[in-house]
Design a protein around this ligand. Sequence first.
Ligand SMILES: Nc1nc2c(c(=O)[nH]1)N(C=O)[C@@H](CNc1ccc(C(=O)N[C@@H](CCC(=O)O)C(=O)O)cc1)CN2
Ligand SMILES: Nc1ncnc2c1ncn2[C@@H]1O[C@H](COP(=O)(O)OP(=O)(O)OP(=O)(O)O)[C@@H](O)[C@H]1O
Length: 231
Amino acid sequence: MKPVNDNEQRDAAQEYASPPCLMHRFDPLTGDRVMDADVVRWRKAERERLIAARLAIPAADRSRLSQRIETWLDLALGDVSGRIVSVYWPFRGEPDLRPWLKGLEERGAVGALPVVVHRHAPLVFRSWRRDEPLEPGVWKIPVPSHGIAVTPDIVIAPVVGFDADCFRLGYGGGFYDRTLADLPRRTWIVGVGYEQQAIRTIYPQDHDVAMEMIVTESGIVSPIVTPADGS
Ligand SMILES: Nc1nc2c(c(=O)[nH]1)N(C=O)[C@@H](CNc1ccc(C(=O)N[C@@H](CCC(=O)O)C(=O)O)cc1)CN2
Ligand SMILES: Nc1ncnc2c1ncn2[C@@H]1O[C@H](COP(=O)(O)OP(=O)(O)OP(=O)(O)O)[C@@H](O)[C@H]1O
């Protein structure tokens, strides 16, 4: 083996030892990735601001904006027949896509809803058809009582905030990030929110999964792709 001198050892240590360890630190009790304390603080304050601003939208306006989001969603997704599509049951002023969810069956698609099974675990998706029973889940968000567990082809994820690279800020449970990291790569992940939830950056971390696109009442946001040659 080639002997190394002190400098080479030091260089090697600087190059390999510390950064990869810091980037992948996990809390041994919860399995959560450990985030920089400044980012955690910034996200908490930003979530509060964005949720308050969303709740301040009058109900009639929210409903009008939700309808426009549904129209753009149709344009973005096209024919959904044969697909399993996870939507969500709205809370805290999120766009109300329940009419769109309820119409999926008529269009030959299967609707599903996310279910929190454990605080530090990925979400499970349960199929749901209009008029099937729901029961209060964690945080009292209704979840299907009897639906079977499914793997969606398309996941519609509500955002608390989003940036131009289509990174999504959620409620801070890390649920969608954990779940999307586990889903097959062909799954379409679409964020939805109001235009006013756009922010300059969410300060994306290693675990954050970018959405394919974000749909708002104003249209469809896709990440800007820079050509590999930098032109
Ligand atoms: N409509 C809807 N349903 C959804 C989601 C969503 O974003 N929207 N989820 C997407 O993930 C899951 C629920 N996720 C949630 C995560 C956190 C909190 C929440 O209230 N958290 C506490 C703070 C928790 C903590 O920091 O320990 C809070 O804000 O007071 C609520 C729902 C599944 N269902
Ligand atoms: N794939 C993962 N594995 C382990 N921990 C994760 C993973 N994804 C996120 N986390 C942890 O979850 C916590 C919340 O993450 P983050 O701030 O990104 O949540 P969020 O995207 O706003 O919430 P949500 O996805 O529930 O809407 C952080 O402690 C983060 O480290």
